[in-house]
Design a binder for this molecule. Structure first.
Ligand code: ITT
Ligand code: NA
Length: 204
């Protein structure tokens, strides 16, 4: 069995490949379909962007496609960067640029306050998955969240994106200090995936 995931994010590819391998399913990504154009993600919600990606790629290939739209919502920034998480520091910004911008914005907000405190704001990761079948036109949607704190003291080399800045008080670690398995158990993506798999099992 093969599942096509409409992503160009290597971190996501790794997590999906690992999760689906356990179910005996091999994952293909947009790296297997380099001829497909980028999808314009101009939706205002994670769900809208996930559906756009799944539908564009599903319609182009005539096959069922899974898409992931996800991001980081920071309380002290009124939910930013949110759907703009991938391009917070600009269209072609690297993860490091996004992380630097996030810490900079939060440190500005706390000027004059206790600057020894590394925990800057509560935040959550959100993931919306959409599985779209171009033949039936049907879609399945599942959402997951994980709560944590943005820390000014990044740590860890696992995961991707904002993981080194996302501190989990329950584990006394950042998301980037967790193994792939540990991240899957608690992450927004792991939760959304478990829900999606449960929906699919209920249908079959
Ligand atoms: P695709 O659209 O090709 O899937 P993308 O990276 O552009 O890749 P999104 O538009 O969904 O994906 O943006 C998600 C961004 O949110 C991602 O680039 C990270 O900056 C952040 N993000 C999402 N999930 C994350 C995770 O598990 N750990 C750390 N950062 C994450
Ligand atoms: Na994207």
């Amino acid at each position: 069995d093969t599942l096509i995931v409409a992503t160009r994010n290597q971190g996501k590819v790794k997590e999906f490949a690992h999760a689906f391998a356990a179910l005996g399913v091999e994952v293909k990504s947009m790296y297997d379909y380099p001829e497909l154009p980028d999808v314009v993600e101009d939706g205002v919600t994670f769900a809208a962007n996930a559906f756009k990606k799944a539908k564009a790629v599903g319609d182009a290939l005539g096959l069922p496609v899974l898409a992931d739209d996800s991001g980081l919502c920071v309380d002290a920034l009124d939910g930013a960067p949110g759907v703009y998480s991938a391009r917070y520091a600009g269209e072609h910004g690297a993860d490091e640029d996004n992380n630097e911008k996030l810490i900079g914005e939060l440190e500005q907000l706390r000027l004059g306050e206790d600057t020894e405190q590394p925990l800057l704001s509560p935040a959550r990761f959100v993931c919306v998955l959409v599985l779209y079948d171009p033949v039936s036109g049907e879609k399945l949607e599942a959402e997951g969240h994980v709560e944590g704190w943005i820390t000014s003291d990044p740590s860890g080399s696992g995961g991707f994106g904002y993981d080194p800045l996302f501190y989990l008080p329950s584990h006394e670690k950042t998301m980037a200090e967790l193994s792939l398995e540990e991240k899957q158990l608690i992450s927004h993506r792991g939760e959304a995936l478990r829900k999606l798999v449960a929906y699919l099992q209920a249908l079959s």
